[in-house]
Write a protein that binds this ligand. Structure first.
Ligand SMILES: Nc1ncnc2c1ncn2[C@@H]1O[C@H](COP(=O)(O)OP(=O)(O)OP(=O)(O)O)[C@@H](O)[C@H]1O
Ligand SMILES: [Mg+2]
Length: 160
């Protein structure tokens, strides 16, 4: 396997709870030193999914909001540390990679909303694209853009 996109799983969420359940399945299958790149319009459910990922990592003080200032909120105390990053307020290319590198490429999990605004493209990550289908329905397209994400895709496939 190389670092290009290898596999894709598409699931449909019918509710916020459903999205959190998908997140929990993802969180439960993560092994550390991994990145989740979240893409989707405002309100698509990126933060909701990260809340589920936190639960799946057994992080007890759950995510209630998206980080805007500071752009990174760390959650320790779970199976692995989770770094929730949101670059929405950064101009394209302004997401200072030097400040974020240790979190992005450390031993924990970095979940990044608006990662396309990073000054340097993220590498080796799980790409998740959320799109609106109907009022409470969302499509989640999950793709491995790197190695080591097969257990996550397998966990999602079981739920779909
Ligand atoms: N199936 C669903 N999955 C997730 N959220 C849903 C769903 N249906 C409705 N919602 C609602 O959509 C909103 C999603 O908000 P959330 O903060 O997770 O979005 P976001 O993608 O992080 O937005 P932003 O770009 O502003 O950070 C919530 O108000 C939630 O209740
Ligand atoms: Mg958000």
């Amino acid at each position: 396997m190389n670092s290009s996109q290898t596999e894709v799983v598409e699931v449909t969420s019918a509710s916020e709870d459903d999205t959190e359940r998908f997140g929990a399945a993802i969180g439960g299958a993560l092994r550390g030193g991994q990145r989740i790149g979240l893409r989707g319009d405002l309100g698509a459910g990126k933060t909701c999914l990260v809340r589920g990922i936190a639960a799946g990592l057994q992080i007890e003080d759950g995510i209630v909001r998206s980080p805007s200032f500071p752009v990174i909120l760390p959650y320790e105390g779970g199976r692995l540390p989770l770094y929730h990053i949101d670059l929405f307020r950064q101009a394209q290319g302004a997401g200072d990679i030097e400040e974020l590198r240790e979190y992005l490429y450390g031993d924990g999990i970095a979940a990044v909303e608006w990662y396309e605004r990073l000054a340097e493209p993220m590498v080796d990550y799980l790409s998740i694209v959320l799109t609106f289908v109907a009022k409470e329905s969302r499509s989640l397209v999950v793709a491995a853009c790197g190695v080591g994400y097969d257990p996550v895709l397998a966990a999602l496939r079981k739920l779909s």
